[in-house]
Design a protein around this ligand. Sequence first.
Ligand code: IVH
Length: 669
Amino acid sequence: MDVTSRVEELRRLVEHHTERYYLLDDPEISDAEFDALVVELRALEEAHPELRTADSPTQRVGGRASAAFAEVRHRLPMMSLDNAFSFDELVAWGKRMERYISGDVDYVCELKIDGIACSLLYEDGRYVRGATRGNGVVGEDVTENVRTISVVPERLAVDDAPAVLEVRGEVYMPASAFEELNQRQGEAGLRLFANPRNSGAGSLRQKDPKVTASRDLRFWAYQLGDVEGGPRFRRHSETLDFLKAAGLPVNPEVRTVGSLDDVFGYCQQWLEHRHDLEYEIDGVVVKVDDLGQRDELGSTSKSPRWAIAYKFPPEEATTVLKDIMVSIGRTGKATPFAQLEPVRVSGSTVQLATLHNEDQVRVKDVRPGDTVTVRKAGDVIPEVVAPVLSKRPEGLPEWRFPAACPVCNGPLVRIEGESDTFCVNVDCPAQRDGRIGHFASRGAMDIEGLGEKRVQQLTMAGLLADPGDIYYLTYEGLMGLEGFADISARNLLDAIEKSKSRPLPNLLIGLSIRHLGGRGAEVLAEAFGHLDRILEASEEEMAVTPGVGPVIAKSVCEFFALDRNRQVIDKLRAAGVNFEGVARSELPPTLAGKAVVVTGTLESMSRDRAVEAVKARGGASPGSVSKKTAYLVAGAEPGAAKVAKAEACGVPVIDEAAFLRLLETGEVE
Ligand code: IVH
């Protein structure tokens, strides 16, 4: 394709996707893919100035107003920001900045909220109009819809409010509200939103403000627009303080810093901790603080020179769903998963993604052959979010859950009233390998060197049929297998020997008893003190144990009633595996009734161990900070949201040394 045709094609594509994004709240490609089109178009226009046109999308501020709402002409254009897609580009912008400007530069670092830009107009302190950004010059009148957002004040809380105050900021939907909304949409058979941004935009741009009112929308103010009267500001940070004092929500993570190194640090921190927040961010906005310096720098036709958006690497992409398969877990649970055309997301190539269960596939209505949005957020497993319906080939059939197990060909059965489907053949090789692998895993008996692949090799060789057999592996047996040499065989046998003394909860977890998680295993071990007492206990006795309950009790009793499971227990007993529980009372209850939250990395112990240590002393260690928290322990690189919450709630934040004293004595000093 020649350059002229490619430029024309790119313009068409950018126009098309702008419309899908801004007008329909239903994008077909991810933000990153859209950005890439714009970057390519801009590069071609720069290399071939003769191809530039005034109506190219690169020359417009972006977005477009919908005919469904009355038009609002912004008092000052709502510009967009230039993007930096790497730290190098960000630093290059900063260096340019510092060459142009006389004097030192302070930067205000703000989170780039992934929502919908809005302008709120206050006249004499009273809210009179709300508008979306639209194309930056003309937006949509969403006054009544914005009025339903509870954090947006009707009146400014200042005595001498300016005659005119235009506040700019982002309307957004918290991640949890997005999930709840999608759940409701799914149950009602309505279209699912791909992400919180789209559900926020869709909720704000409703014809009926009552619908908007029923959705959990929020707002962060981050910029002044037009102002008449009121105080004079010299710095952006002062304007944010003023907005806060006036009762507008200003994001608490805003920081003013004096060097590019600190800007870099802020970006780095939020790149790592973006998922600690209750809302989505897609980058960091860096702004020159001094308003005089901003005037010196000015703007291009599209964006100010005094600010830049550092964009995080994308967490979403679109790709083709080649097929939906089913994997069988250790409990027999059949989990559908997507086989994808490989795609780069969050810095890695994704070709498999979970679809959770039959209902999820139905609710999302994804079908083999669809183009789908894939998301990989932080460390979590990749997920198929939704199909791009406008790209669905005609006549694409719905996917049906298979009737037979793909591994053993036995029947797949869906339990009534539950969303999961199971392979009910307990001899299914997939289940057997899963159970043995789980028994050996970190959170259970922690046998180093006995991972998934090794387990498969040993079961295939006929050396393992259940977890009990692990303790009867021999040096000779291992040496006869491919990949084993003297040292690796001895290491594995050593690791197996060591695992015999693991605490009782680890053993209970390792047995793969349905419904019995870590907490239940601990409670059982503590209450009964020995595996044999658990084996003897009646279902009723177990069910009345605090923290156990009828579901776990039934499942545990059913498990131990089966001969095959009893045989495993006999093998473990004969091998000398520890069945004894450690009674909690052996440790002083220094933290009885106290909640201690741990964040960041500790040097002396893992996070799990720290939580265990708190519990072993009678305390609790929940995952989040609240007013009831006694202490927040902050290790290296603590979660900023947790620290901020602790400070807001007046919860003392202590370091590792103080934590160790606390465990020992119940006091921090
Ligand atoms: S300032 C001229 N600050 O990012 C400066 N924008 O790509 C106007 N955004 O349209 C924007 N968080 O929708 C600014 N803290 C923040 C922001 C922010 C999110 C959005 C906004 C804007 C887009 C620019």
